[in-house]
Ligand binder design. Sequence first.
Ligand code: UDP
Ligand code: MG
Length: 321
Amino acid sequence: MKLNRVHLSVVVPCMNEEESIPALLDRLSAAIAPWQDRAEIILIDDGSTDTTWDVICAAKDSHPQLVGLRLSANRGHQVALTAGLDAAQGDRIFMLDADLQDPPELLSDMMALMDHGYDVVYGRRRQREGETLFKKLSAWGFYRFLNALSDVEIPKDTGDFRLVSRRCLDAVLDMPEKARFIRGMFAWAGFKQVGLEYNRDARMAWETKYPLRKMLRLATDAITGFSTKPLRFATRLSFYSLFVSLWMAIYVFTSLIFYNTAPGWASVILAISLFSGIQLLTLGILGEYIGRLYVETKGRPLYFLSEELRDSQPVQLERRA
Ligand code: UDP
Ligand code: MG
């Protein structure tokens, strides 16, 4: 395939990114210049409460290759990204965040690697500028914990910043799960993958759109989606607690018989708190999986589009069913 004949799709989820979008489009347009005539930039407005959608619509005049999708409500980064991937028509698909933490200029290097036969070229963060120690530490710990639990090797210190081939994207889009951890799904899909190291820049505007609550949801989706080890851990934990309670029973009876002590409240409190803690933990783990089973069986659509901004005569390309 000749390089400049490659049809390129760029997919960017945006939530409250009104400040970032103009700079993003400038840098993106420069980065995609070699593929300009066969490129589309898909911006997904994930239920923003600021003027993100207006900014996207206003940019259409100066950026004719722009496609805007507006979700009917905020569905989260991973679902917004999925909406963009569903709409992408390119042979190669480039995903990045709207805040310019992932440099669009890396596209040409990623393209070059893909020319060498790779299906996925993912960005691997060498360092994170301007992020809190907590964010750095939690991200560092999370990827290691996840890989210890998961059966597929999910590349460490990566985000969704990557260039993927059409066949690999189709494989991921064929996965019907509602709890989406997209970087893990690409890892699971297989094919030839390679990492490209880069320095992560500081966020361009305002603060992160990933508060702790959303980070925890992503982390539990990742763990429950890619590992059943926590379930096995729960079973093992109940065996251990049974073992400990046997020893406690021996202790209680011997002290009752030989030392004639009044049964101490300390051991009772200890036993109750230990075992109720273990029970709650086990129930919680089970609950996480059952909750996800429930969501999957409902089979609701992941998102609805409330508005679409496209050329009146879209490029005639085969669209994915
Ligand atoms: N984002 C989104 N929906 C959300 C949260 C975030 O579409 O509910 C987008 C956001 O606009 C950005 C990307 O997801 O383009 C990553 O978010 P952010 O940069 O805040 O995450 P961080 O870099 O802090 O992990
Ligand atoms: Mg960011």
